[in-house]
Design a protein around this ligand. Structure first.
Ligand code: 3NM
Length: 530
């Protein structure tokens, strides 16, 4: 079999100790192949040589019956003795060059890599593929290296640019996080995983065929995705189109009155709830992890604002269940640059779930992008912002595979292909607390409406395959920005507004009084195709 093009899509690494009680190893292996496993590695950490050899021989017969190559973990002698298609070696095992000299020329050699340096070395040494990880924590491997998260995987994949070396992610990969793993790990330069390597999600399942089918279909969906399907063809986004679509969502919010789940900070909870009501939606401000599964089934969208991080577990669970139920997730990393705890919390959240929108000021988004171009103090951004905000937002949107909303005097919204610049708003917004948080609320509300509208009209457009959220989330995000900024312009000129104290209630009133016509007329929108 060696020498054939190898399909790395669904790579099963065996783990006999994880089999459900009474499940036969060979039966489980065969069922997983029937479910769509495309490559198998026999991993035996405690078996004696004779037993290992016997298992490898019989496993090979089964794998080859399905046209699937078989690799041996670590033991070149076993691989040679039973004629494996290749080997997988760890960082502390035999060097690739030595393994290559012992194995037939066509043999597949893969290496475990936990850092970008490991990947660079593996490429130099002539590996056929790298197993990058651990993506998440796992009980399956002893002496696990530091968890890298999906974004850490992306850093490693970058090293594969311009090479023919293939990659699979490993460590805690399951059907519930597979899609996020595939999308979230695409590097800034566009290098993507070739597949997923899985032990327990298949082996520990009483129905390995079903488990493999689920995973295989997710990898297929990812591979069927192309960057151009990331958004509608850009020419469609004219300023007129964006304005009309965003304005129409004002009515859609009132029509659907979506339940908008908000985990937000203690400073703004009340006013964000009131802003949601004024827009015509319904707020629920729940934060305990225990209720996230139930809530995610009935909500229209989730907002996670971590201005005062009370319950990180609740945030993690909320996003995970929102992903499972295909609900838009809006992430507002308030003051993320202010402390190391906030930075690691943001990384944990973005490694755990796929966000639909990240909204922040220049300082916050610079911290998310690990850029030093803009600094922040507390929750505020310092200085003039990015020199080239259009390029910044489009690159960050591509990297994070989501919509980016950069707030400031002008607001920028991008899906990675187009950038919409909104130039509405009033300076009184800067004089009240939580105006940025209310933008997050409005974005979540309008994304919920866009998603519900698309579901109702049967619009098959799956705008963000990483999430499979239906609806135009770019327009949803723009509508959220416009709602708040346009309402602020109406509020600021009212007779009863004398300063920031009277401005806030007037702003809530004007959110309630918004109409599609007002938004369409007042919106100052430009579209760029960077
Ligand atoms: N290697 P599961 S993690 C074999 O990070 C292995 O290098 C890892 O098992 C690495 O799919 C791992 O059950 C075990 O989490 C993966």
């Amino acid at each position: 079999m060696s020498g054939h093009a190898v399909d790395y899509s669904l790579y099963l690494v065996t783990g006999r100790e994880l089999l459900p009680v009474g499940k036969d190893y060979y039966e489980s292996l065969e069922e997983s192949l029937q479910g769509g496993v495309t490559l198998v590695q026999i991993r035996e950490k405690t078996a004696e040589t004779g037993e290992f050899l016997e298992i490898a021989r019989r496993s090979k017969e089964i794998c080859h019956k399905y046209g699937v190559p078989i690799l041996i973990n670590d033991r070149i002698d076993i691989a040679l003795a039973m004629g494996a298609d290749g080997v997988h070696i760890g960082q502390t095992d035999m060097p690739i060059a030595v393994a290559r000299s012992l194995l037939p020329p066509q043999a597949i050699i893969g290496v475990t890599c936990n850092t970008p340096e490991h990947v660079r070395q593996a490429v130099k040494d002539g590996a056929n593929y790298v197993g990058v990880g651990p993506a998440w924590t796992t009980q399956t491997k002893k002496n696990l290296s530091a968890i890298v998260g999906v974004r850490g995987l992306g850093e490693m994949l970058r090293e594969l640019d311009g090479t023919l070396v293939k990659s699979v992610a490993i460590g805690g990969v399951k059907s519930t996080n597979a899609l996020h793993c595939l999308h979230g790990s695409v590097s800034v330069t566009g290098s993507a995983l070739d597949g997923l390597a899985v032990v327990s999600d298949i082996v520990a399942s009483p129905e390995p065929k079903v488990a493999a089918e689920k995973l295989a279909s997710i990898v297929r969906a990812f591979k069927g995705y192309s960057p151009s399907s990331f958004s509608l063809p850009s020419p469609r986004y004219t300023p007129e189109f964006v304005k009309t679509q965003a304005a129409a969502l004002v009515s859609a919010v009132r029509k659907h009155s979506p339940l908008v789940h908000q985990i937000t900070n203690t400073v703004v909870t009340n006013q964000s709830a009131n802003a949601t009501l004024a827009l015509g939606a319904s707020p629920i401000m729940a934060s305990s992890a225990k209720e996230m599964e139930d809530l995610s089934k009935v909500t229209g969208a989730l907002l996670v604002n971590f201005g005062t991080i009370q319950d990180l577990d609740g945030m993690l669970a909320a996003g995970r269940f929102a992903n499972i139920n295909r609900k838009p997730v809006v992430f507002d990393p308030v003051g993320v640059g202010a402390s190391r705890y906030r930075q690691t919390s943001a990384d944990t959240l973005l490694n755990t779930w796929q966000t639909t929108v990240i909204k922040g000021n220049a300082g916050e988004l610079a911290a998310i992008a690990k850029s030093t171009e803009v600094q922040s103090r507390g929750v505020d951004s310092i200085g003039k912002g990015f020199q080239d905000p259009i390029t910044f937002v489009s690159q960050l949107a591509r990297k994070e595979r989501c919509i980016i909303v950069l707030t400031g005097v002008q607001d920028y919204v991008s899906d990675g292909n187009v950038v919409v610049r909104c130039s509405n708003g009033h300076k009184l917004l800067g004089d009240i607390t939580g105006s940025g948080c209310m933008v997050g609320t409005a974005v979540a509300t309008f994304c919920a409406a866009a998603s519900l509208e698309a579901a109702e009209t049967g619009d098959a457009l799956l705008r963000h395959d990483g999430l499979l959220v239906k609806g135009d989330m770019l327009v949803g995000a723009v509508a959220g920005v416009l709602a708040l900024t346009v309402a602020s312009e109406f509020a600021a000129v009212r007779q009863d507004v004398h300063g920031s104290g009277t401005f806030l209630p007037a702003l809530i009133d004007e959110l309630g009084a918004l109409t599609p016509e007002k938004v369409a007329e007042a919106a100052n929108v430009e579209v760029f195709h960077p």
